[in-house]
Write a protein of this length. Structure first.
Length: 474
């Protein structure tokens, strides 16, 4: 089926006129976009040793295979929301889906580690286009608040399924067909979502007068890339290496430019990515720090343990993927309980509990890493504790951060938290990876990295105790 292009001045169809009552098929199509994004954050982890064995490059290169995707995804999330407003959520969502499908197919053909890293970075750009646009389309389609809340719940649940499926699917596909299969599996899912969206999704209203913060976007990418490169290369080269010093200098300069850009006033031709007045709220500011710490722990631990399980304990990719199930399964169902708990008691307690569970679960991995049955059972219990901690902390932080900003900036507030979380994921892989040996994840190196993560998660618990509200406000 073909569709006529939508003119910028064309009237936007009423969802009821175009699709009747919003159906489950449309919601599935929109949710699959976020599913793909979350799937690609974890499906890569257990395939990294196979990629390294095939394409070479060492530990630093594998860090970039993981971080290339997350870095561009984190840096472009806020701008992608602005593009959704300016050009229409449906159009930008479809561009993201087509790009994700094409880039996934090409990634399976990558013949060198450098090419794969570049393609992963482009995949992150496509992924950034999918998250805010899918939310905008859901909000535009489900106009009744109760139905919209249910739709958002389904959207979040499916994304959690992608997080759960990633390590298991990655391990099974890598064992059966090679690492290339973890990219090819994205193609039919994206095409199915494209078919549904093209047929059923209404376009959103366009704010053609909203400008794009080009300087802010470029400086944000440069700052995050410079810091990441410096952290990754500090392991094999040392902090005094010219490459590391230059990358840190780029980070500092780009950060200064970003801050100066965000201080400018909003006009018809300019909209800052992240208005600095938001940081007048202590809860917002420290909530972003806590959000970064959550994903630092989650992504960093997944990266370390995947290399450790396969490099030191000699698990196959499929066994390593199955070993992560105790961690990933709670993230699929427990956020629903956490949301109800936060509504009743406020975000502070659940967030603190989440960070403490994450810290304890991570410390268990560092201290109980033997092959005996008791230590294996304790390790699996620790992974479950880590998973429950994540599913307590993230919904609590989202409630606190969004509640701390003006209603008209709620979208930017939630986008900022997502960007902070993904930035934390980049840092987790970079910092904890730098603590490992240059070629393999030895037991001592893995234990050191995991203990560092556990300490940082304890700091996250302290931030939650001091910055988040005891009870929600209405």
């Amino acid at each position: 089926m073909t569709t006529k292009p939508i003119r910028p001045d064309a009237p936007v169809a009423d969802p009821a006129e175009r699709t009747g009552r919003p159906g489950g098929l449309l919601l599935l199509g929109l949710s699959l976009g976020y599913f793909l994004v979350m799937l690609d954050t974890t499906i890569i982890t257990v395939a990294l040793p196979a990629i390294g064995a095939d394409l070479g490059g060492g530990l630093a290169a594998l860090q970039w295979v993981s971080n290339g995707y997350t870095l561009t995804f984190a840096a472009l999330l806020l701008t992608a929301g602005a593009w959704s407003d300016r050009y229409g959520g449906r159009r930008v969502f479809l561009i993201g889906l087509w790009s994700f499908a094409a880039l996934s197919g090409v990634s399976a053909l990558a013949g060198s580690i450098g090419v794969l890293i570049g393609l992963r970075a482009l995949l992150g750009v496509a992924g950034a286009l999918l998250v805010p646009t899918s939310l905008a389309l859901i909000a535009n389609t489900y106009t009744v608040p109760a139905e919209r809340a249910k739709a958002m719940g389904v959207w979040a649940a499916l994304s959690g399924t992608g997080l759960v499926a990633g390590p298991v699917a990655g391990g099974l596909l890598t064992d059966a067909f090679g690492w290339q299969a973890i990219f090819l599996v994205n193609v039919p899912v994206a095409l199915f979502s494209i078919w549904i969206t093209t047929r059923h999704a209404p376009e959103t209203a366009r704010k053609t007068n909203r400008g794009t913060d080009v300087t802010g976007q470029v400086s944000a990418v440069a700052a995050l890339a410079g810091l990441t490169y410096g952290l990754v290369q500090s392991g094999p080269l040392g902090w005094a290496a010219p490459e590391v010093l230059v990358s840190i200098a780029v980070f500092v300069a780009a950060t200064v430019i970003f801050v100066l850009t965000q201080r400018r006033q909003e006009t018809e031709k300019f909209s800052p990515m992240l208005p600095l007045r938001l940081f007048q709220s202590r809860t917002f500011s420290l909530g972003l720090v806590a959000g970064a710490i959550v994903n630092f722990g989650l992504s960093g631990v997944l990266f370390v343990l995947s290399l450790y399980f396969q490099g030191t304990r000699h698990f196959s990719p499929s066994v390593a993927g199955l070993a992560f199930l105790p961690l990933t399964i709670p993230t699929a169902f427990n956020p629903i309980f956490t949301g109800r708990l936060v509504a009743r008691v406020g975000p502070r307690g659940p967030a603190m509990a989440g960070f403490l569970m994450m810290a304890a679960g991570t410390a268990v991995q560092a201290l109980f890493n033997g092959d005996s049955v008791p230590e294996t059972v304790i390790s699996l219990a620790g992974l479950a504790l880590l998973g429950f901690g994540v599913s307590f902390a993230i919904p609590s932080l989202l409630t606190a951060v969004v509640g701390a900003v003006p209603k008209e900036l709620a979208g930017i507030g939630s986008g900022a938290l997502n960007s902070a979380r993904q930035t934390g994921a980049v840092m987790g892989v970079a910092v904890l990876g730098a603590l490992l040996s240059s070629t393999t994840a030895s037991t001592s190196g893995a234990s050191t990295a995991l203990l560092v993560a556990a300490v940082l998660l304890l700091i996250g618990a302290g931030i939650s105790a001091t910055a988040l509200a005891r009870k929600t406000t209405t």
